[in-house]
Design a protein around this ligand. Structure first.
Ligand code: NAD
Ligand code: UDP
Ligand code: UDP
Length: 315
């Protein structure tokens, strides 16, 4: 019988973390989910609580954590502008102190550790699409900096622990991901548009709606996480994971209106400061290293996400 691995998922009660916990359990691991419930909730992992191989711990990663595990997925961090700008100092602390604590833990127990970094490390990119060797264009003192620079510093820490302490690290740069269990009030574009369309309220397109994003369905992303964690130790990343399909926000709004059969109209609102104009991952490396690419087309993923929001909030 295979030895069960003990896997720690920080931020495991959040959107991506809850899907990851589910997949790790299904693959026969013991999962320790650590979360301070800032944006995550017990609800997201409710179904897992009865599984004897699942444990949920309320803990803030800015404080040290002493547990015995074989692998760590470090996802703890608010991810949407509304949430990470709510308490920017805490956001930087979560990224930086959280990374130090989890790296210290990994070093002590000899665990392999994966960091959920972000396409935001590229800022408002001057290179398009973004390959991993592009260094980015980030405003270090703007309202998004607590997140962008916090995540950049976390990457620095991961690579220094790797070089200085020979830690086995995996750094993923996640591009916009959506799906069931997205936070309904976090202001992200997919959840905003779906909820507005279902309520028949105006769809709030910021700016002229010509800015682009590339949206990856959550199941595709989590598959990439698992494949990357299992690569040989010499492979560290950073590795882009995301869906290279690129859409303007206006196209997204029109698609959501069509798929929900909504009567909502489009309303333009001011563009937030430092909002990136375009974003699309270059996933050449992920294709080669992991034999991975997204399989769920936008409309199918949106249909599944719409069904989730409908069941949860509109029935
Ligand atoms: P989320 O807000 O649903 O999940 C983050 C989780 O971290 C929540 O459960 C929250 O309660 C927890 N958390 C926050 N601060 C914490 C702290 N100090 N200690 C312990 N737990 C804490 O967001 P998500 O979309 O699931 O994002 C997960 C990770 O993936 C984040 O690190 C985020 O930066 C990264 N990411 C997500 C996306 C995306 O499109 N969803 C894109 C790029 C990167
Ligand atoms: N740490 C932790 N759990 C552990 C080991 C370390 O949370 O099991 C934290 C601890 O707060 C420490 C940090 O990780 O300060 C960095 O650890 P490291 O060993 O790199 O440095 P230290 O500060 O202990 O010299
Ligand atoms: N956006 C929008 N309407 C909304 C929410 C967001 O037009 O109700 C835009 C936002 O300005 C950005 C894009 O959608 O250009 C993606 O925003 P999100 O906050 O989801 O992700 P991020 O900006 O972090 O990529």
């Amino acid at each position: 019988m295979k030895n069960r691995k003990r896997v720690l998922v920080t931020g495991g009660a959040g959107f991506l973390g809850s899907h990851l916990c589910e997949r790790l359990l299904a693959a026969g691991n013991d999962v320790l989910c650590v979360d301070n419930f800032f944006t995550g909730s017990r609800d997201n992992v409710l179904r897992l609580l009865s599984d004897p191989h699942f444990e949920l711990m309320r803990h803030d990663v800015t404080f040290p954590l002493y547990v015995e595990v074989d692998e760590i997925y470090n996802l703890a961090c608010p991810a949407s502008p509304i949430h990470y700008q709510h308490d920017p100092v805490q956001t930087t602390k979560t990224s930086v102190h959280g990374a130090i604590n989890m790296l210290g833990l990994a070093k002590r127990v000899g665990a392999r550790i994966l960091q959920a970094s972000t396409s935001e490390v590229y800022g408002d990119p001057a290179v398009h699409p973004q390959p991993e060797d592009y260094w980015g264009n980030v405003n270090p003192v703007g309202p998004r900096a607590c997140y962008d620079e916090g995540k950049r510093c976390a990457e620095t820490l991961f690579f220094d622990y790797h070089r200085q302490h020979a830690l086995s690290i995996k750094v993923i740069r996640i591009f916009n991901t959506y799906g069931p269990r997205m936070h309904p009030n976090d202001g992200r574009v997919v959840s905003n548009f779906i909820i507005q369309a279902m309520k028949g309220e105006p769809i709030t397109v910021y700016g002229d709606g010509q800015q682009t994003r590339s949206f990856c369905y959550v199941d595709d992303l989590i598959e990439g996480f698992l494949r990357f964690m299992d690569t040989p130790a010499a492979i560290t990343g950073p590795l882009n994971l995301g869906n290279p399909g690129e859409f303007t926000m206006l196209e997204l709004a029109e698609t959501v209106i069509r798929l929900t059969g909504s009567t909502s109209r489009i309303e333009h609102h001011p563009l937030p400061q430092d909002d990136p104009k375009q974003r699309r991952p270059d996933i050449t490396k992920a294709r080669a290293l992991l034999d991975w690419e997204p399989t769920v087309p936008l409309e199918e993923g949106l249909d599944r996400t719409i069904a989730y929001f409908r069941n949860r909030f509109f029935t």
